[in-house]
Each structure stands twice: as structure tokens, then as C-alpha cells.
Design a protein around this ligand. Structure first.
Ligand SMILES: CC(C)(COP(=O)(O)OP(=O)(O)OC[C@H]1O[C@@H](n2cnc3c(N)ncnc32)[C@H](O)[C@@H]1O)[C@@H](O)C(=O)NCCC(=O)NCCS
Ligand SMILES: Nc1ncnc2c1ncn2[C@@H]1O[C@H](COP(=O)(O)OP(=O)(O)OP(=O)(O)O)[C@@H](O)[C@H]1O
Length: 219
């Protein structure tokens, strides 16, 4: 636990904030779903980005101004935007400058909401948690990880994914060994769902909150 003093400084009502991150295909969404089923509210940064890029979403106009070539009659073409940015680091940085401050504010709003509700534990599921210094919001960080061949097998099963695109995305992410080294907890997801769930439960069990106070549902 990094910042129990931060929680105390806020009157002890700030939830324990667990970051959840990991590279492409390592099992973040699966771990997030398990945590939700255990009753922990999870903030999903990917879902927040999706909403921002929807027609009328808070980032649509800024993205349209920066990348007019990816706009269609019905809004942003995500596939075209991905093709544009994953092969070009400068373009990706321009997109991130639009999106990441908004992602950060959404996470802060989520924590504030749960502080008011006195929720004891929340999770921030942020794929680029370390890259965006999101760990500063967290008391501890959980990294999901699996051997590279397991990761590749999972990712290449996805519709539209190619070896080249997977390599491009991997190049844009902090390497898995670096994430593991910076984690407070590593969940090995190459060993099956049951083992990942067991590891998550063990982490929750060791948190300094009363048993049974975790579950207040997602909002
Ligand atoms: C470029 C976009 C529209 C492509 O969408 P698409 O549906 O084709 O891909 P998807 O979002 O599923 O991402 C595919 C993989 O790339 C990874 N990824 C997404 N953005 C980034 C990034 N900025 N850097 C490195 N990897 C990234 C994701 O974690 C995922 O593993 C989308 O990824 C996006 O908006 N990215 C920028 C926002 C961002 O940084 N999101 C990460 C969460 S904070
Ligand atoms: N603990 C696990 N045991 C077995 N398979 C798993 C486990 N966790 C995830 N998987 C499988 O791996 C694949 C990728 O998982 P998931 O979608 O959760 O990854 P992700 O990290 O959220 O990916 P992305 O970063 O690309 O969004 C899925 O097919 C999922 O069923």
C-alpha cells in the first residue's frame, strides 16, 4: 500500500484505489469482470475513450479537427484512426494529448463519486496506466501478465488483427517485463481463469478493509 496517509489526509473516506493494467491481450478486461463480480466498482478507461469518440462525445470535435481524414458521414472511423496512429508515434501522441487528460479527469470523477459514497475499494482499469502516470492516483497497481506466446495467440484470434498491427501496438506500449517490475501485484493469466480469480481474491483479502465491505456495485 503506497498512500494510506493520503487516504487519512482526506478524512479516511477516500476508497483504496487499485490500478489494473497490462499489455494488449494480457487479460485486463477478464480480470476487471472478475473484480466486478466480486462487487468492486471498476472504472473502465477504454469504455470512457469509446464514449468520448462516439458521435457527440466530448472528444469528437477535437479529433475531427486533428485527424479530418478519419471522419465519415457518421463520425470517427475507429479502424481508420487506429491505422493512422499505431504506425506513427507522432500522430499517436497528438491523439493522446486530446484523450489522456480527459481519461484522467474521468478517473478522478469516479474516485470522487465513490469517496462520497464511502466505497471502501475501487479499481481503475487503465491500459496505459504507467505510460500516463496513472499510478499516482492508485494505492497499489495490479499488472496482468502472461508469456509472450500466450499473448500473441490471444491477440491474433481477434477479427482484423494481423501480426504487423500487433507488433505496432506492442511497440507503443511499455514492455511487459517493465510493467511487472513496477507492479505491486502480478496476476499470471496464462494459468487459466480459476488461478487468476484465486490470485485476485488473495490481493483483496489482504487489503486493510473489513471483510464484506467491498461490494457496492459499479456505477
Ligand atoms: C486508436 C483507437 C481509436 C483504435 O481503436 P480500436 O478499436 O481499433 O482498437 P482498441 O481501442 O481496441 O485498441 C487495441 C489495442 O491497442 C491498445 N492501445 C490503445 N491505445 C493505445 C495507445 N495510445 N498506446 C498504446 N497502445 C494503445 C489497447 O490497449 C488495445 O490493446 C483507440 O485505441 C484509441 O482511441 N486509442 C487512444 C486512446 C488511448 O490511449 N487509450 C488507451 C487507454 S487510456
Ligand atoms: N486468466 C485467464 N485464463 C485464461 N484465458 C484468459 C485469462 N484472462 C484472459 N484470458 C483470455 O485472453 C483473451 C484476452 O483477454 P482480455 O480481453 O481480458 O485482454 P485485455 O488485456 O483486456 O486485452 P486488450 O488490452 O487488448 O483490451 C480472451 O480471449 C480471454 O478469454
Amino acid at each position: 500500500m503506497r498512500t494510506s496517509s493520503a487516504a487519512e489526509a482526506r478524512g479516511g473516506t477516500r476508497p483504496i484505489v487499485l490500478g489494473l493494467t497490462g499489455s494488449i491481450g494480457m487479460g485486463k478486461s477478464t480480470a476487471a469482470a472478475m473484480l466486478r463480480r466480486l462487487g468492486i466498482p471498476v472504472h473502465d478507461a477504454d469504455a470512457a475513450v469509446h464514449a468520448m469518440l462516439q458521435p457527440g462525445g466530448e472528444a469528437e470535435a477535437a479529433v475531427a479537427a486533428e485527424f479530418p481524414e478519419v471522419m465519415t458521414g457518421t463520425g470517427i472511423d475507429r479502424r481508420a484512426l487506429g491505422n493512422r496512429v499505431f504506425a506513427n508515434r507522432a500522430a499517436l501522441r497528438r491523439l493522446e494529448r486530446i484523450l489522456h487528460p480527459r481519461v484522467r479527469r474521468a478517473a478522478e470523477r469516479f474516485i470522487r463519486r465513490h469517496r462520497l459514497r464511502r466505497t471502501p475499494v475501487v479499481v481503475l482499469d487503465i491500459p496505459l496506466l504507467f505510460e500516463t502516470r496513472g499510478e499516482r492516483l492508485c494505492d497499489a497497481v495490479i499488472v496482468v501478465s502472461a508469456p509472450p506466446f500466450v499473448q500473441a495467440r490471444r491477440v491474433l484470434r481477434r477479427p482484423g488483427m494481423t501480426q504487423a498491427r500487433m507488433q505496432e501496438i506492442r511497440r507503443q506500449q511499455l514492455p511487459d517485463p517493465v510493467k511487472r517490475a513496477r507492479a505491486d501485484h502480478v496476476i499470471e493469466t496464462g494459468l487459466g481463469h480459476g488461478e487468476a480469480l484465486r490470485q485476485l481474491r488473495a490481493i483483496l483479502h489482504r487489503l486493510p478493509v473489513h471483510a464484506g465491505r467491498c461490494g457496492q456495485g459499479e456505477r
